[in-house]
Design a protein around this ligand. Structure first.
Ligand code: FAD
Ligand code: DLZ
Ligand code: SF4
Length: 507
């Protein structure tokens, strides 16, 4: 008998482990364990989503005739880690080998490759995770062809490979990328869609009660737990997005609105990342909506690019560069993360809104993550490991393979520009253009140096000045440095920012 361990983010019927095993002979293991549930202070909704989805998945496998051993969470159990459980079951069943699919985080993959074979004394077979469009070796080969890596070129290769939105060898509509049409603020005219609600069953209720009881010290609230926990409900979420949001996804992809937590975003990342949905079925549904005339090209191309382009590219970058990647700090940041990241208690409305959203739903959409909470961490020079830990803890879709390149690379520029050719730094002007947050704010977005001036404004110029040696020669930053050179009140602006930086916790 072989044992196949299925992890909490491997809940796919097409998983390599299931394809390799025999349901008549072999045994599937799944385990809710302390080590995985607490290696960061995961948001309670992320734990509830995974435990409930794991239990539903185990039930479905059993109905399909698989033999399963499932370890239910117990804080005081001697089974602390996945290895503890595998070891216990291997001895009990005298299993001849362990099968697992390549996992999503370097820390666990290292344990599987290094520690497990020593401790288990039976072969550990680790299979490639083929639930992605691009294999890790394929990405390595692609990356080896370039001196500088850029997502856009990778994306074009993936379009050609998959044929999505292609007409023979040419991109649909004549262009690869329709992003220029995708940067509109929301005018208020297009109604914002409702988030789908799902019926809860006893598995959900049991898990929610367990998480409330056992994870009291973890952040977030379960009051608004609305995630699908089964494949069929995740499929309903996909259909709901295609029908009600995709049409406007492109136009308002970068827009933010006070009190509106989801806009036209799909909310599908937690399902894609834990395996309840496959990237193929999501891209195919979007493409079909375009061909049926139900969604415009700018929206469908923009959406497919996020999954076929960004998501795959990010994964490739992670595995290409780990473990050194996690240690990078190209801008030498040293500042601690302000406490309001964990509470949302700040007078900066953009920050309090994005953090409120995060705490209530274990979700914030991309521009909230990138241009508000991320931008603020970049401008204020937060230590990469602290902001990375925050992003890994607070979102239902967070696994290090996708969180780290987005945070350390795209947001913090800590990889020296591997992920992004220029830093995503912006003043309050950008936030004011793309949202209505500033209308609800204590601070004045129009000024830089008054006691109530928007902190982003002076901090932006402090960032630009502070990293002058790093960025002045970057062609994409020429205009910015030209403006800095011409700035008449530069000293005053920088002094104001200095003051803010020494009083960050009071903003
Ligand atoms: P939509 O806007 O509807 O996009 C559709 C899909 O595209 C998403 O479901 C996701 O699978 C994919 N996608 C879009 N942008 C990215 C991206 N930059 N990288 C990878 N996939 C992308 N995404 C995660 O899945 N997990 C994370 O831990 C994570 N951490 C992030 C941290 C920071 C600092 C930033 C700036 C972004 C992060 N992202 C992460 C990317 C992105 O913000 C989320 O994928 C997205 O907000 C999820 O919401 P959605 O499903 O409604 O996305
Ligand atoms: C995130 C998570 C949590 C909270 N709990 C578990 C768990 O108890 N058992 C499990 O198998 N997986 C869990 N996960 C997901 C894993 O942490 C994930 O598989 C690894 O981080 C690799 O991506
Ligand atoms: Fe954010 Fe500044 Fe606007 Fe306030 S004024 S919401 S701090 S950008």
């Amino acid at each position: 008998m072989r044992l196949g361990l299925i992890l909490g983010d491997q809940l796919s019927q097409q998983l390599a482990t299931l394809k390799a095993l025999d349901r008549e002979q072999d045994m599937i293991l799944m385990a809710e364990v302390v080590d995985e549930a607490t290696y960061v202070q995961h948001h309670v909704q992320k734990i509830a989503l995974l435990f409930s989805a794991m239990r539903h998945f185990a039930k479905a496998l059993k109905q399909d005739g698989w033999k399963i051993q499932y370890h239910v969470y117990e804080a005081k159990s001697p089974i602390r880690s996945l290895l503890d459980y595998v070891e216990q079951q291997q001895k009990r069943l005298n299993a001849e080998a362990i099968v697992v699919t390549h996992c999503g985080e370097y820390r666990l993959q290292q344990q599987i490759e290094q520690e497990w074979p020593k401790k288990l004394q039976v072969p550990v077979k680790c299979l490639e995770d083929d639930r992605f469009f691009c294999g890790l070796n394929e990405f390595r080969h692609w990356a080896a062809r370039y001196k500088v890596l850029r997502m856009e070129y990778f994306y074009r290769e993936m379009r050609k490979k998959t044929g999505y939105l292609m007409q023979h060898d040419a991109p649909e509509g004549g262009k690869w990328n329709y992003d220029h049409s995708n940067r509109k603020p929301w005018s208020g005219k297009t109604p914002l869609p409702e988030r789908l609600q799902f019926k809860r069953d006893t598995i959900d209720d049991d898990v929610i009660a367990l998480v409330k009881r056992e994870f009291k010290d973890h952040l977030g609230s379960l009051d608004n737990f609305r995630w699908a926990t089964t494949r069929s409900d995740a499929q309903k979420a996909l259909a709901h997005f295609i029908e009600h949001m995709l049409n406007d996804f492109g136009d308002y992809q970068d827009a933010m609105v006070y009190g509106s937590d989801f806009m036209f975003h799909s909310l599908l990342s937690p399902y894609l990342n834990c395996g309840l949905l496959s990237p193929e079925e999501v891209c195919e549904a979007a493409e079909a909506a375009y061909h049926a005339g139900n969604a415009p090209l700018n929206a469908v191309e923009g959406f497919i690019r996020q999954i076929l382009g960004w998501r795959e590219y990010i994964r490739g970058i992670y595995w290409l560069n780990m473990p050194d990647y996690a240690q990078e700090n190209a801008l030498n940041n040293t500042r601690a993360l302000p406490a309001y990241y964990w509470t949302g208690k700040t007078k900066m409305t953009c920050m309090s809104e994005c953090i409120r959203n995060t705490l209530e739903h274990a979700y914030a959409h991309h521009i909230q993550r990138l241009m508000v909470t991320g931008n603020f961490a970049l401008l204020t020079g937060i230590k990469p490991e602290e902001i990375c830990e925050w992003y890994l803890a607070v979102y239902a879709d967070a696994y290090e393979w996708v969180e780290l390149p987005n945070t350390l690379g795209m947001v913090m520029h800590a990889d020296g520009g591997l992920m992004a050719s220029k830093p995503y730094a912006a003043s309050g002007n950008y936030i004011n253009k793309m949202s209505d947050y500033c209308k609800h704010c204590h601070y004045n977005v129009k000024t830089k140096t008054d006691h109530d001036s928007c902190p982003f404004n002076s901090l932006y110029w402090h960032f630009v000045k502070r990293h002058e040696t790093f960025f002045r020669s970057n062609a994409r930053m020429h205009m910015v440095y030209r403006s800095l050179d011409k700035m008449q009140d530069q000293d005053k602006v920088l002094a104001h920012a200095e003051h803010l930086l020494t009083h960050l916790d009071q903003l």
